[in-house]
Design a protein around this ligand. Structure first.
Ligand SMILES: Cc1ncc(COP(=O)(O)O)c(C=O)c1O
Length: 475
């Protein structure tokens, strides 16, 4: 039997790891409704823990109605319908608030989708995009019948290599670049090859929530690092690196999702030195660097790295072409070899057609000018959101870029009730706990100003503030 090794954490926490592991597998549908789950004895051997630890994990799952016990014969998967029997609440609300599931909130069909950290499709230059599609078919008549190489189209990698040197002053050769289908794929590949159960992984708190799920699925021991408007407390990060010897630190230091915070240049340099000293890889996720409102953000961590301890993931899907889903991973050869292997098992390369269209479209002068307009449009939308919320008494730190406001509400109101009533009024937002590896931040929310137009922002926010007032009066 394959043994799973749990983190070397306090035994009170061991059952939580068994619990999270089982829950993740149930969620992924590895066991069907009413299917019998492995016995306590089997799991205890598999995880090399005491049976009581597994029992405690099962009790927690039972309490949360994820499993049920049948005739003392063992634990069985609770079907969805049974899970919801006792819930008087909207299932989407329950999933968001109790299970921290981001995908649920994206299913909400609302008129005012403040939950979507996506670009308003009307802000994309659709009218001339089609010209590049045609151009690609003229230039590469066989493109539709051709797979990409696993690493990605060489012409695109060479263009990106020049682009990174021009823009960010770091040299990365085409061999040190991998094209992926979005940055989430890159995070997933990196986690697959670098993390095994029990490895310590540092994650910002709050953080991009799918990253929590990806590292948790690998069985990582997740150690949170608070991110503040001024960055991290580096002495604390150093203490964590010293104590836990983390395999990697996943970070999103520029216009961070969900907070909008940016880690200053000085900290970037010091953290890279620290990572080198403690042999901890820094996985830098950078999907918004061009969406700055005043000054350009500092150079990526990758630009300060001379030892190969930074893996840089640059997504081009958030504001260039979400429909093409192109991202690039820059890393040194010893990491690239592993990641390439994982990519070859995941697909046969990111679609060549998407890569070629992206190449001609992204490096066109028109698109670069368009990004300038995007910055202005998004800054206006951010100002509108801040203006409408200024009467609310809520608190946030105004971001210098990105798509989101990270807002602190007074603690008096139930998040579940607020989300439920908002959805009834066709308004969606994301509860803060979704972004928290510790599932706290219960009085924080993320609202995106990127998806709705100016009028929708004004109307929706007026309605939302009014709703909040009414609810807080009745609590
Ligand atoms: C920090 C962060 N990483 C990754 C992603 C996913 O990007 P992609 O669409 O390239 O997979 C997002 C999208 O919201 C994000 O905010």
């Amino acid at each position: 039997m394959k043994k799973r090794v749990l983190s070397n954490v306090h035994s009170d926490k061991l059952y939580e790891q068994v619990h999270d592991y089982l829950l993740e597998r149930i969620r992924r549908g590895e066991w069907r409704a009413h299917e019998k789950l492995p016995s306590i004895r089997t799991l205890a051997v598999e995880f090399n823990v005491h049976r009581l630890t597994v029992f405690k994990a099962y009790q927690q799952l039972k309490l949360n109605k994820k499993v049920y016990v049948k005739d003392k014969s063992g634990y069985y998967v609770m079907p969805d319908s049974m899970m919801l029997i006792d819930s008087q609440h909207n299932p989407i609300v329950s999933a968001c608030v109790h299970e921290s599931s981001l995908s649920e909130i994206h299913q909400v069909q609302a008129d005012y989708q403040f939950s979507k950290a996506l670009l308003d499709p009307n802000l994309l230059p659709n009218h001339y995009f089609s010209e590049y599609v045609k151009k690609v078919f003229d230039l590469y008549p066989k493109v539709l019948g051709t797979y990409s190489t696993i690493q990605g189209d060489l012409e695109l990698r060479e263009a990106l290599s020049r682009y990174f040197t021009d823009q960010y002053r770091f040299y990365v050769s085409s061999n040190e670049l991998l094209i992926t289908s979005g940055s989430l794929e890159a995070i997933d590949l990196i986690a697959r090859v670098l993390i095994k159960p029990r490895d310590a992984v540092l994650l910002e708190r709050p953080t991009y929530s799918p990253a929590i799920d990806v590292f948790r699925r690998q069985g990582a021991n997740i150690i949170p690092v608070e991110i503040h408007p001024y960055g991290y407390q580096l002495d604390q990060v150093e203490a964590l690196m010293k104590k836990h010897k983390p395999r990697l630190f996943y970070l999103n230091p520029t216009f961070h999702n969900p907070t909008g915070y940016t880690v200053p240049a000085e900290q970037r340099k010091r953290l890279v030195e620290m990572a080198h000293k403690y042999q901890c890889l820094l996985v830098e996720d950078d999907p918004y660097p061009d969406i700055y409102f005043e000054e350009k953000p500092p150079l990526p961590f990758f630009a300060y790295d001379t030892s190969g301890c930074v893996i840089y993931i640059r997504s081009f899907s958030k504001y260039i072409a979400p429909g093409l889903s192109i991202a690039a991973v820059a890393c040194r050869p010893f990491v690239m070899n592993y990641v390439l292997k994982a990519k070859s098992l995941s697909d046969s390369g990111t679609p060549l057609l998407n890569q070629k269209i992206f190449l001609h479209y992204f490096f066109s002068e028109r698109l670069q000018q368009h990004i300038e307009k995007l910055r202005i449009a998004l800054e206006i939308r951010k100002s509108i959101m801040e203006e409408e919320l200024s009467v609310s008494g809520w608190k946030w730190s105004s971001p210098n870029g990105g798509f989101n406001l990270w807002i602190k509400l007074p603690e008096s109101i139930s998040m579940e009730r607020l989300l439920e009533k908002s959805i009834e009024q066709s308004i969606s937002f994301v509860p803060g706990s979704i972004f928290d590896p510790l599932k706290e931040y219960n009085s924080w929310i993320r609202m995106s100003y990127s998806y709705l137009n100016e009028q929708q922002l004004r109307d929706g926010l007026k309605q939302f503030v009014q709703l909040y007032r009414l609810l807080s009066l009745s609590e």
